[in-house]
Every structure is written in structure tokens, then in C-alpha cells.
Design a protein around this ligand. Structure first.
Ligand SMILES: [Zn+2]
Ligand SMILES: [Zn+2]
Ligand SMILES: [Zn+2]
Length: 362
């Protein structure tokens, strides 16, 4: 039984998903033996398709059958899902507490059949296909009225939360808008209501002028070390073109995103020796109207602006951060930007190497 429970004191929801680890010993095993266990048989490698649940989506060679080799990118349900699509989204109360039963989706996007590559190593065209896969899965899940958000994210390395080292992203679709997104949406809407401008567009204009925290810029993108970065070397990839919805991007647009994402990740890899990091995609929720919230997203196309956030995991969230909800960042973003700028700006990437295998989406 999976469900979301509301903490009235903290004013936030928690996903309780008992399938993932039930007994105290499960945690001990996970801590000790994960890398060793994986060396035996990685379920994400080519030829091991039967070790994952059946694929939901794949980019694969014309004549290859689902769940067999011949794929380049493969999406499968998470074997230990935090939330499941089969469950219903029922809202109920338990005394003063609020619960939503756990309808949702938890999918794994396997970015390549090769075990030893990282996302940054993949050709730009291939990264474009990974982004296209994000887009297609978001579009598909946005058709399900029970779901209120689809969060795409990536945990790179065990220290960033990856349980398998084979490069992959994940998505979790939830029956409510997650608090971090909700707060961003609220702040952006408020800014728009008082100024009739997009907060992120404003931010891009100002930071281009100041140039202190810019890691990379061209006419289409800004890679930025946020003024109030919570983590050392935190980076946001901000598209110049105002769009609220990542799933509305064209293939050509995704190609441009792939190029800047690749050089950003290569720069990070070079500067900090392939550090663990989290990548998250912040985009608009599905556009359904809710009873009682008829104008809830009415200005979203004007007030919200999709972006990627990249958090290198170099410090631990410790007692103070946990107890206070305040982060201590030992590296000023201006200094981080300068270090990163030197590494990111000299990366050169080819768009489509000759050995790119062709593939079709299906
Ligand atoms: Zn593998
Ligand atoms: Zn904007
Ligand atoms: Zn964000």
C-alpha cells in the first residue's frame, strides 16, 4: 500500500511506499553490497532486457522487437515503484491527518545500452533523444487526469541516490503538485500578477547584464550559478525563449538543449572529477482545470519558465540543514561560476558523429 501523507506541522506531503524497504536489515544490505551485486548482472545492459519489467517506450532499430536488444533508449517501470499507475488517487482523512492513496507512475529511462558511459559522454544527438524521451513520457502521462505533476530527474552515482551505476534517469508522476514546484509556481504567478513579467525572464536579463554568475551563455541559453545557491557549484540551465512547458519543445529545440546540457555536464565532470550530482527538470504541470481552482493555471503560459537544475552532491545534508531548513553553502556562487566557466566554455562538441546508429521511436 502506497500513499501520500500530509504533515500538518511542516505543511508538506510525504510518500510512504513500503515496497521499497521494509525491515531494518534491508537498509543494512543496501548500504554494504550494492556495487558488488551489480557487477554480477546489470539489468540495464544490452541483452538483459528480461531482467526489467516490460518496456513502456523505446527508441530502437526498425526491425527489433520490444524487450530485446536493438534499443538505444529504453523506458521501463521501476521495479520498486514509489507510486504505481494501477492504484487509485483517493483522498481521505484519518482524524486530523490527510492521506491520498498512491496513484502515480515511477519509470526508469535507460539512456544507453552501454554500461560504462555517463550522460555527458553520449553524443549530442543521443542526448537529444534522451530529452525527446523525457518529452514523450511527460506528454503521455499528462493525459492522465489523476496525475498532477511529472518530475523527471537523474541521480548520477551512488552518492547522489542512484542504486545502479548504469546511466539512467527516472520520472515520478504524483497525484499532487510537489511542494518545491508548487512554491516556484506560486512565486512566479505572484511576480506576474504584480508586474506582468516572467520572473525567470527578468532574472535572465539581469544576470546577463551583471555577468558575475554566468557559467555559459549564448543567444539561446544561460547556465547560471544561482545568487542564493543552496549547494556548492549548483547550476541552472535557463532557456532564453520563454516557454512554460518542456513537453512543447520541438526536436530542433531539444537538439539545442542537448548541446548546452552536454557541455555543462562535461565541464562539471572535468572540474570536480565526475562528481555525484542530481539533475531535475522543472516544467509546468498538466493543464487540467480543478473544481474550485478554475483559474489556477490560467496565467501559467506567461508566468512560468521551464528549466533544468543541477546539484552536485559535494556536501551532506546534516543536522543543521535538517533541523532548520537552511542550507550552508561554503562556495559563493560567484566563485563557483568562475571555476565552472573556465571548464564549460572550452568544451567543443560535434553534433552528430558518423557512427550514430539510426533508430525509431515506438
Ligand atoms: Zn549496465
Ligand atoms: Zn520567462
Ligand atoms: Zn526550479
Amino acid at each position: 500500500m502506497r500513499e501520500l501523507r500530509f504533515d500538518p506541522l511542516r505543511n508538506r506531503w510525504v510518500i510512504v511506499s513500503p515496497e521499497r524497504a521494509r525491515r531494518p536489515s534491508d537498509y543494512l544490505i543496501e548500504k554494504r553490497s550494492q556495487p558488488a551485486r551489480e557487477a554480477v548482472a546489470c539489468p540495464f545492459c544490452r541483452g538483459h532486457e528480461a531482467r526489467t519489467p516490460p518496456e513502456i517506450y523505446a527508441i530502437r532499430d526498425e526491425n527489433s522487437a520490444p524487450n530485446t536488444p536493438g534499443w538505444r533508449i529504453r523506458v521501463v517501470p521501476n521495479k520498486f515503484p514509489a507510486l504505481r499507475i494501477e492504484d487509485e488517487a483517493i483522498r481521505f482523512g484519518v482524524g486530523i491527518f490527510d492521506v491520498v492513496s498512491g496513484a502515480g507512475a515511477h519509470e526508469v529511462i535507460i539512456e544507453t545500452p552501454e554500461h560504462h558511459l555517463t550522460l555527458a559522454d553520449l553524443p549530442v544527438e543521443w542526448i537529444k533523444d534522451v530529452l525527446m524521451t523525457y518529452r514523450e513520457r511527460i506528454r503521455d502521462l499528462h493525459r492522465d487526469e489523476r496525475l498532477r505533476y511529472v518530475l523527471v530527474f537523474k541521480n548520477h552515482h551512488l552518492a547522489a541516490g542512484a542504486s545502479l551505476t548504469h546511466t539512467h534517469s527516472q520520472l515520478i508522476a504524483t497525484p499532487l503538485v510537489p511542494p518545491t514546484i508548487k512554491e516556484e509556481l506560486r512565486v512566479c504567478r505572484q511576480h506576474y500578477q504584480s508586474k506582468e513579467r516572467c520572473l525567470i525572464c527578468d532574472l535572465i536579463r539581469q544576470e546577463r547584464r551583471l555577468a558575475e554568475r554566468i557559467i555559459y551563455e549564448d543567444e539561446n541559453f544561460l547556465v547560471w550559478a544561482p545568487f542564493a545557491s543552496s549547494f556548492p557549484f549548483e547550476m541552472w540551465l535557463l532557456p532564453e525563449e520563454h516557454r512554460h512547458d518542456f513537453s512543447s519543445l520541438s526536436d530542433a529545440h531539444l537538439m539545442a538543449v542537448a548541446r548546452v546540457l552536454k557541455i555543462t555536464l562535461l565541464g562539471l565532470k572535468e572540474l570536480l572529477d565526475d562528481p555525484p550530482y542530481n539533475l531535475v527538470l522543472h516544467t509546468a504541470p498538466p493543464p487540467f482545470k480543478r473544481p474550485g481552482h478554475t483559474d489556477y493555471w490560467s496565467s501559467i503560459a506567461y508566468d512560468y519558465h521551464w528549466h533544468f537544475e543541477i546539484i552536485p552532491r559535494l556536501t551532506r545534508i546534516a543536522g543543521f540543514e535538517w533541523g532548520a531548513g537552511l542550507f550552508i553553502n561554503p562556495t559563493p556562487p560567484e566563485a563557483a561560476a568562475e571555476y565552472l566557466r573556465q571548464k564549460v566554455q572550452h568544451q567543443t562538441v560535434a553534433d552528430a558523429p558518423a557512427d550514430m546508429p539510426s533508430g525509431k521511436a515506438g
